[in-house]
Design a protein around this ligand. Structure first.
Ligand SMILES: [Zn+2]
Length: 231
C-alpha cells in the first residue's frame, strides 16, 4: 500500500506492509524506496506519526543514496542532444553564423555561433534571459489574482537550489529555482502560487491548502508533474 506523510516541506512517500512483528520497521533502499513494515494491529495514525518522527533520518538516508544515482547525462552542447524548455524536449542544432543567437524552431533549439563562441555559453545566456522574463511575467500575473488579500509583490531572486523549486525567505523574498524553466509553465505557476499563499498562511495548514485550492484548483496535477521531474 502506497502512503505518504508531510515532513516539514518534504513529502515522504513509502510503501506500507504488515507483518507479525511487535515494532515498526523503516527501511530506506538504495533505489530511494522507503518501506515501512508495521505490526498487524497498528493504526494508520500511529504509523504515520512514527514515520514523521523518523523524518529527518529518512531524508538523510534518501540524500545519501541519491548522491550515488546517475545524474542527468553530462551535456556536450553538440547537435543531436536534447534540452528541455517549458516542459518540451528540443533537439539541439549548432551552426556557425555571423551572429551568436538562439532560436526555437519546430522541435529544434537552434544555436548559431559567431567566431569562437561556445554553444554552452550562448545557450546559458539565452536560458537566463528567458528564465528571468518568464518568471517575472508569471509572478506579476499570479500576484494580480491575489488582489483581495492586499499582498505586495515579493522581491524575486533566481537561485539554484538542490532540492527545492521555490521558497520564501523569512524576509519574504521569493526564490525560484532556474531549473523550473525546463518544466511546463503551469508548474512555474504552481510554485509561484504556492509561495504566494505562504505570504498569507506561513504554514501548511488547512487554511493554506484551502487558499491554494482556490487560487489553483488543479495544483495537484502540476505538483505531481514536478515530483516526476529530476533536476
Ligand atoms: Zn510550502
Amino acid at each position: 500500500m502506497e502512503r505518504s506523510v508531510q515532513y516539514g516541506k518534504t513529502k515522504i512517500n513509502f510503501t506500507l506492509s504488515r507483518s507479525k512483528r511487535k515494532t515498526l520497521a523503516i527501511e530506506v533502499h538504495p533505489d530511494l524506496l522507503v518501506k515501512v513494515i508495521a505490526p498487524i494491529d497498528a493504526s494508520l495514525k500511529s504509523i504515520e506519526d512514527k514515520v514523521i518522527k523518523r523524518g529527518s533520518w529518512i531524508i538523510k538516508q534518501i540524500q545519501f543514496f541519491e548522491s550515488f544515482l546517475p545524474r542527468t547525462p553530462k551535456r556536450e552542447y553538440v547537435s543531436g542532444e536534447t534540452h528541455l524548455y517549458l516542459g518540451r524536449r528540443y533537439v539541439l542544432k549548432v551552426k556557425k553564423s555571423d551572429k551568436s543567437e538562439v532560436k526555437l524552431k519546430g522541435g529544434g533549439l537552434l544555436v548559431f555561433l559567431k567566431g569562437n563562441s561556445k554553444a554552452q555559453a550562448v545557450l546559458a545566456g539565452w536560458y537566463k534571459s528567458h528564465t528571468e522574463a518568464i518568471f517575472i511575467k508569471h509572478l506579476k500575473k499570479n500576484i494580480q489574482a491575489f488582489g483581495n488579500f492586499g499582498i505586495n509583490e515579493p522581491p524575486l531572486s533566481i537561485k539554484r537550489m538542490k532540492r527545492r523549486w521555490g521558497s520564501l525567505t523569512s524576509t519574504k523574498n521569493l526564490i525560484l529555482n532556474p531549473e523550473l524553466i525546463k518544466t511546463p509553465v503551469k508548474c512555474i505557476d504552481y510554485v509561484i502560487i504556492h509561495e504566494l499563499c505562504h505570504l498569507i498562511h506561513p504554514h501548511h495548514g488547512k487554511e493554506f491548502y484551502e487558499l491554494q485550492e482556490q487560487m489553483m484548483p488543479d495544483w495537484r496535477r502540476w505538483k505531481d508533474r514536478l515530483e516526476r521531474t529530476t533536476i
